[in-house]
Design a protein around this ligand. Structure first.
Ligand SMILES: [Mg+2]
Length: 183
């Protein structure tokens, strides 16, 4: 079960204080796309573009690892100007996470992963021993059928995660912007 638990969870990627993460020593970020940054299959919006231009400016290298098809992930990556992408990533297998770190010249101590699903995103990051952050899906109810089914299976695991991993017990918390609305 702990293999399905994230290292931390936040409401949204857009709430994270990335400058503080950079100060903590992180240099590379791996992201899921669908429902982590934009709704499933939605194009990059202004908020996503602003986020990645800020991340570039801070000095992060960013890559997308998605189980979706190449046109979807490539188009998104180009629209936001990120470092690169891996499509049909076969999450929860660890290969894409390892490949992403290799391409960004980063390692497990300087890389973070953000995703919205336990059985693919978080399990995969844990398999690759990359620190994982779970975000709430942007549009939970506009997803393909198999993802809705996975959400039902996720529910009891999320409940045990919340019961067993209270904020007080966590060794590490993702820094959040202190109430400032940046985007
Ligand atoms: Mg997703």
């Amino acid at each position: 079960m702990p293999k399905l638990f994230p290292d931390d969870d936040v409401k949204s990627t857009y709430d994270v204080d990335f400058r503080a993460l950079y100060r903590e020593g992180y240099r590379a970020l791996l992201f899921d796309v669908d429902n982590t940054l934009v709704p499933h299959d939605a194009p990059a919006d202004e908020r996503a573009k602003a986020l990645f231009s800020m991340l570039n400016e801070i000095g992060f290298k960013c890559m997308f690892i998605s189980n979706n098809s190449e046109p979807r992930v490539k188009t998104f990556c180009e629209a936001v100007g990120a470092f690169g992408y891996i499509y049909k990533a076969k999450k929860p297998m660890p290969g894409a996470y390892e490949e992403g770190m290799r391409r960004m010249l980063s390692d497990r101590s300087t890389t973070l992963f953000f995703g919205d699903q336990l059985f693919t995103d978080i399990w995969g990051a844990n398999n690759a021993c990359v620190r994982s952050i779970l975000v709430k899906p942007i549009h939970k109810f506009r997803e393909p059928g198999q993802i809705i089914l996975k959400r039902l299976l996720e529910a009891p695991i999320l409940l045990s995660y919340r019961l067993l991993c209270s904020n007080k017990r966590k060794k590490w918390r993702v820094p959040l912007q202190d109430g400032r609305v940046v985007f």
